[in-house]
Ligand binder design. Structure first.
Ligand SMILES: Nc1nc2c(ncn2[C@@H]2O[C@H](COP(=O)(O)OP(=O)(O)OP(=O)(O)O)[C@@H](O)[C@H]2O)c(=O)[nH]1
Length: 425
């Protein structure tokens, strides 16, 4: 019996133990219940510790860069814009507009071809320019001739005044001797008569019989060729343009050749002069061969049948042998078409006696046939005309009396002297 009781107790204990065991797992299962872990369980195997990182990294990686970068990059992007803004004011597009407008005027101006003032009587019309610049000379001479007694001292002063006006010593001596003699023989004493005698002597000294006509008429089926030479600053290109106007005013058709290839501005300057009177210009590349341009100009002028081809050459210093040689070449090349009809030397009257030395060198290289004396309105030494002609034996054909387009006049000795001496006493 006891065995059965003991066995029964053991069974009861086991049953209790079993019951306890069954109760315990039920509690376990409920706790880990929030096994939201189970769904995560599959990922754990491969990246256990990654789960957290991914959750932490993703946010920063995904959002941070895009957010940080833009702010960092945007500022610099905006800064350059601000820097670029300043250049914007220079807005080249704005200046670009004017050029377009500038192009328009020429088109409008082109048809408005200017009609140069007639050449006849120009010297008379420009007399005031000359009278103004020679005022002192004229007044001094007339004051001396107005003296009651024309003694040796007075004649010495007359001599000094003429030399001071750049007439030159030899010419002055001749003029004063003849004047004294005629005044003595004629018994002239009135200022008016003495003025007339002086005017006669000055006019004679200017050799009024010299041929001053410009050889600019076509012949032998080709245009006349006028070569213009002279040093820089003498007013050569300007005068070239003025000569074209003189020829056009006298009824010639003209073509201009810009053989001054050393200075691009010279060709532009000449083109402007030509444009004003509707003349054609032949020009070459800057630094190109001047002789080639001159040759082409004459060729073109012959083809188009103009009356005169006017060729501007580069200003050259007389001591630069190479450059002077080149001027000789220009002339030789032009002469393949035929002889040059006129070679005009442009001389600045304000350079006085120095200009004569320049002139001499030019006459040795090219056969100068006429002188154009410029800037006579800017010097009180109008007597240089006499000195130039005497020294070179070449006629002064034109004189420049101002910067205006038609301030270039054919030279006429009597009118010139009249303007030189000013109003009669
Ligand atoms: N007052 C006055 N000025 C003149 C006269 N002739 C020319 N000029 C001026 O002299 C200056 C020089 O003229 P340009 O034609 O450029 O002289 P240039 O140097 O011999 O020409 P390039 O050889 O092309 O350099 C310009 O300002 C002209 O207007 C004149 O008769 N009177």
């Amino acid at each position: 019996m006891d065995k059965y009781v003991a066995f029964g107790i053991v069974v009861i204990v086991l049953l209790l133990a079993l019951a306890g065991a069954l109760l315990a797992p039920r509690r376990f299962r409920r706790r880990p219940g929030p096994p939201p872990a189970p769904p995560q369980a599959p990922q754990r195997p491969g990246a256990p510790t990654i789960e957290a990182p991914p959750e932490q990294k993703l946010p920063p990686t995904a959002t941070a860069p895009p957010i940080e970068k833009p702010p960092v990059e945007k500022p610099p992007v905006e800064k350059p814009r601000v820097e670029k803004a300043p250049p914007a004011p220079t807005v080249p597009p704005v200046p670009m507009a004017p050029p377009a407008e500038v192009v328009v005027p020429p088109v409008e101006v082109a048809p408005v071809v200017e009609v140069p003032a007639p050449t006849a009587g120009r010297l008379v019309r420009l007399r005031s320019r000359l009278a103004r610049s020679q005022n002192v000379f004229g007044k001094t001479m007339l004051a001396l001739l107005s003296r009651d007694k024309l003694d040796d001292d007075t004649w010495d002063e007359v001599e000094e005044t003429l030399i001071g006006a750049d007439v030159g010593v030899a010419a002055t001596t001749e003029i004063v001797e003849r004047l004294r003699e005629r005044a003595r023989v004629l018994g002239t004493s009135s200022t008016s008569e003495l003025r007339k005698l002086l005017a006669d002597e000055l006019t004679t000294a200017l050799e009024p019989d010299m041929d001053r006509a410009l050889k600019a008429s076509p012949h032998d089926g080709r245009p006349a060729v006028v070569l213009v030479v002279g040093v820089n600053g003498a007013g050569k290109t300007t005068t070239c343009g003025k000569i074209a106007r003189v020829l056009i005013a006298d009824g010639h058709s003209v073509l201009l050749g810009a053989a001054d290839t050393f200075r691009a501005a010279a060709a532009d300057q000449l083109a402007t002069w030509a444009g004003r009177v509707g003349a054609e210009v032949v020009r070459g590349p800057e630094g190109g061969d001047p002789a080639a341009v001159a040759f082409d100009a004459v060729k073109r002028g012959t083809e188009t049948g103009v009356d005169s081809v006017l060729i501007d050459t580069a200003g050259r210093l007389q001591n630069k042998v190479g450059l002077m040689d080149e001027l000789g070449k220009v002339k030789r090349v032009i002469e393949r078409h035929g002889p040059v009809d006129e070679t005009l030397l442009i001389l600045d009257a304000t350079t006085g006696q120095n200009g004569l030395e320049q002139a001499r060198v030019f006459t040795e290289v090219v056969d100068v046939t006429g002188v154009v004396l410029t800037k006579l309105d800017g010097t009180a030494k109008g007597g240089i005309v006499i000195a130039v002609q005497r020294k070179l034996g070449i006629p002064v054909k034109l004189v420049g009396l101002g910067e205006g387009a038609d301030d270039l006049a054919p030279f006429e000795p009597a009118q010139f002297v009249d303007a030189l001496l000013g109003a009669e006493a």
